[in-house]
Design a protein around this ligand. Structure first.
Ligand SMILES: NC(=O)c1ccc[n+]([C@@H]2O[C@H](COP(=O)([O-])OP(=O)(O)OC[C@H]3O[C@@H](n4cnc5c(N)ncnc54)[C@H](OP(=O)(O)O)[C@@H]3O)[C@@H](O)[C@H]2O)c1
Length: 330
């Protein structure tokens, strides 16, 4: 059987168990030009929730469809000349054991690395950190780089790449344990618990020379505090807005922000990782080398069982993960 999670209904406020519906159906057969893929690992991403809010860089989710999501899998059967059984591929075929997918929507992975690395640090997560920081943030040695959701998938990679670039690195994360871990385990110079009172004061103390690059994963209060601490000609790489995804309606804004952008001559630039995929091979090779040499710790938080995917996504918004959150399906 093919076990699946369907997207059942738009959440009113936070996602919960009734956002999804479990179903079991027959394993599909691959048609001409398709391959049958068996899911090995599912990537859990804050964007899974954002896709429920309407059109983003992709179409909004429709109730009744298989829940979308990026995954790594193994080809079981192929009716496409470029793919053969046993090949490892990535793509967005959703929360299910098997899918028949057009070959053009699959990317064959040939990098020799454990699948846990290929689902995050050596794929979308690592590439998002790499391109967002180096191409959009453009840090120089000696700069102060601030990253929010620093203990998460993208944030852990951003902080470590910024350290390799010779920067002073500060992160924000939820809770005393996480901020202590960022400094002790990942070599951040300082970290601030954004859930504790006095966020702006704590950030100012952690960034005594101001902020040159802010890698924004969260929007919300951290963005607001960071803006006021940005240095002249600072860069804000807008990667995501996780503080505003799991809500009924995102907070309104911006109001006073443009004034700060003008007077400080800031560059605030959004990006989607795919914008840089023409440089993917080089970036992936560099990331793989850094991980292999132990210069970057690739942190992956794996939860077992497709049946646990909804709870794992809820957990992302409660900050239960450290590093890349993935679900092992097979
Ligand atoms: N632009 C792109 O191409 C691209 C690609 C991939 C990801 N992204 C974005 O990158 C960001 C990080 O994604 P990720 O995959 O690395 O996720 P992640 O950081 O591994 O997981 C989400 C983290 O966000 C934090 N969080 C949850 N609710 C929050 C809130 N209300 N305010 C502040 N922090 C909150 C939690 O950590 P705490 O314990 O610290 O709260 C949680 O661990 C997201 O905004 C995502 O949409 C963008």
């Amino acid at each position: 059987m093919n076990r699946q999670w369907l997207y059942a209904r738009p959440p009113a406020g936070k996602i919960g168990p009734d956002t999804f519906q479990w179903t079991e159906t027959a394993i599909p057969a691959a048609k001409e030009g398709e391959a049958l893929v068996r899911t090995r690992l599912l990537s859990l991403d804050p964007a899974n929730r954002a896709w429920m809010m309407g059109k983003t860089y992709r179409d909004a989710l429709e109730p009744g469809q298989v829940m979308s999501g990026f995954a790594i899998g193994e080809i079981v059967e192929s009716r496409s000349p470029g793919l053969k059984p046993g090949d490892i591929v990535e793509g967005d075929w959703g929360w299910q054991d098997y899918a028949a997918v057009p070959a053009r929507r699959l990317v064959k992975r040939t990098t020799k690395a454990p699948l846990e690395m290929l689902i995050g640090p050596l794929s979308v997560t690592g590439l998002t950190a790499y391109f967002g920081l180096l191409e959009v943030g453009r840090p120089k040695a000696g700069d102060t780089v601030l990253v929010s959701a620093a203990a998460g998938a993208v944030g852990t990679m951003v902080g470590q790449i910024a350290k390799l670039s010779g920067c002073r690195v500060v992160g924000t994360a939820g809770g005393a344990d996480k901020v202590e871990w960022l400094v002790r385990e990942l070599g951040f110079d300082a970290a601030v618990d954004y859930k504790a009172p006095g966020l702006r004061r704590a950030l100012a103390a952690a960034c005594p020379d101001g902020i040159d690059v802010y890698f924004d994963n969260t929007g919300g209060p951290v963005l607001e505090a960071a803006l006021s601490l940005m240095n002249l000609r600072g860069r804000i790489a807008c990667c995501g807005n996780v503080s505003q995804y799991d809500v009924d309606k995102p907070a309104p804004g911006p109001m006073a922000v443009p004034g700060l952008v003008v007077t400080k001559r800031l560059r605030m630039e959004g990006f989607i990782v795919m914008d840089f995929y023409d440089q993917r091979a080089v970036a992936e090779a560099r990331l793989a080398r850094w991980v292999e040499q132990g210069r970057i710790k690739a942190i992956v938080d794996v939860i077992d069982g497709l049946e646990n995917a909804p709870q794992a996504l809820v957990g992302l918004f409660e900050g239960r993960n450290r590093g890349k959150c993935a679900v092992r399906v097979a």
